[in-house]
Design a protein around this ligand. Structure first.
Ligand code: PLZ
Length: 447
């Protein structure tokens, strides 16, 4: 018997009733991917209010590397709540914040003294990384990349690339954000090797200082070492080292947005380690505190010390319960060997996805690093025309059969796994069986 239990169709009657209430009082913009209302969760399993059990390979969009309901994290939070849960760190400080800063400063790559500051969301940390970079360099501009995702607040949204649904209708945008191309080898010009694609993009990045923005006006380049929302796009090995070298040469800070890639997901604690790059600042969130609202900017002490007295803050930033959760997450990643586990999971997933690619012509590419893996669906392999409709159908079929995968991709045609790194092989295999069957099911008839 498998882990998936379906006592009712998805959504079941109790979920439907709550979803109807939601519709009356929650803006339609907050549309839901899985119409099953959650009652409880543990590991990679989510139980809904109708008694159904689904396997969740989305991890709340990659927040649950240590798994739903992780006991050590829960105990750490409960213990902190019993002591106190809010003061505002800049009014009256507390040790968990300091301990977490010590921990993360020691973990991120790069020599030299490091510090850390905490915030609530990924977007907020991205915005603050830019503030630190502007304070340190005295320069206004920021370079972000095509396909990049950095959040939904004004500056982060401006830095985000994809127009729909993130930007269209939400302008005017923040000034001084410039965009450089990010290598997307699968969609590069025909005959162009991945390495040449990376070279070309890095050349364009440097050419921008002639055509678009003066290098001495640029505070930072903000880059995802592997693009997440854009569809798990892995740049060729030479790309990030070249960007880092160009930045160094022009006094531009390199900020790695590891909100989605960080904390073990890719088979390294931080994805930039795969490329031998030590960014000036690293941005973390999501799995940092197992889905509790906590994000971080970690990096060079001289950069983080450049912002003046009281220029950085926020009522809730670095909440003590969230910091306690994050400390427990760091312990759990070590205790459970989750970085190595990500690699083993990744090998298992990749082998299975490649077998699926042999069986299903719709799978144009299998890609990713470690457990951060995805498939890109196309109308046919020669034209590579994105199969967005088909992707939505497959994902919906998976949900109906009890397995949760997430969509991604600039063209909405990528199915990605952001599974808890504690997912047992049997549950992973069961969920991948569902995906395999959903791909075999073929296109849905149009209503
Ligand atoms: N940087 C690399 O992936 C968030 C998007 C969810 P927040 N990714 C999930 C959605 O649809 O809004 C993300 C990311 C990278 C920054 C962010 C932003 O993190 O915590 O959602 O603000």
């Amino acid at each position: 018997m498998g882990a998936i239990v379906l006592r009712t169709p998805i959504p079941g009657p109790r979920s439907l009733e709550i979803l109807r209430r939601k519709q009356a009082v929650v803006p339609g913009a907050l549309s839901v991917h899985v119409p099953a209302v959650v009652a409880s969760a543990g590991g990679a399993l989510v139980h809904d209010v109708d008694g159904n059990t689904l396997i969740d390979l989305s991890g709340g969009i990659g927040c649950l590397n240590v798994g739903h309901g992780n006991r050590a994290v829960a105990e750490a939070m409960k213990a902190q709540i019993d002591r106190f849960w809010h003061t505002d760190f800049t009014v009256m400080p507390y040790e968990p914040y300091v301990a977490l800063a010590e921990r993360l400063a020691a973990l991120v790559p790069g020599a030299g003294r490091k510090k850390a500051a905490f915030f609530n969301s990924g977007a907020e940390a991205v915005e603050n990384a830019v503030k630190f970079a502007r304070a340190f360099t005295g320069r206004p501009a920021v370079i972000a990349f095509t396909g990049g995702f950095h959040g939904r607040t004004l500056l982060a949204m401006t830095m985000t690339s994809k127009t729909h649904p993130y930007k269209a209708g939400f302008g005017p945008f923040a000034p001084e954000v410039y965009r450089a191309p990010y290598p997307y080898p699968y969609r590069a010009a025909e005959g162009m090797s991945p390495e040449a694609c990376g070279q070309w993009c890095a050349d364009q990045f440097e050419a921008m200082f002639t055509t678009t923005v003066a290098a001495e006006s640029v505070a930072a380049a903000v880059v995802e070492p592997i693009q997440g929302e854009a569809g798990f796009i892995v740049p060729p090995p030479g790309f990030l080292p070249r960007i880092a070298e160009i930045c160094r040469r022009h006094g531009i800070l390199l900020v790695a947005d590891e909100v989605q890639t960080g904390l073990g997901r890719t088979g390294r604690l931080f994805a930039c380690e795969h490329f031998g790059v030590a960014p000036d600042l690293v941005v973390l969130a999501k799995s940092l505190a197992a889905g509790m609202p906590l994000s971080a900017v970690v990096g060079r002490a001289d950069v983080l010390d450049a912002a003046g007295d009281s220029t950085i803050g926020g009522t809730y930033v670095g909440n003590p319960v969230a910091c306690a959760a994050a400390l427990a997450v760091c312990d759990e990643i070590e205790r459970l060997g989750l970085v190595q586990r990500a690699e083993a999971l990744g090998a298992r997933i990749r082998a299975r996805l490649e077998r699926m690619q042999d069986a299903h012509a719709a799978i144009g590419e299998v890609r990713g690093l470690g457990a951060m893996l995805a498939i890109e669906l196309v109308e046919d392999r020669r034209s590579r025309v994105p199969a967005a409709r088909r992707t939505a159908d497959v994902l919906r079929t998976c949900v109906e059969r009890g397995a949760v995968f997430l969509r991604a991709g600039l063209h909405g045609n990528v199915i990605r796994l952001l599974l808890p790194l504690v997912t047992p092989d049997a549950e992973l295999d069961e969920a991948l069986d569902v995906l395999d069957e959903a791909l075999a099911a073929g296109p849905r008839p149009t209503a």
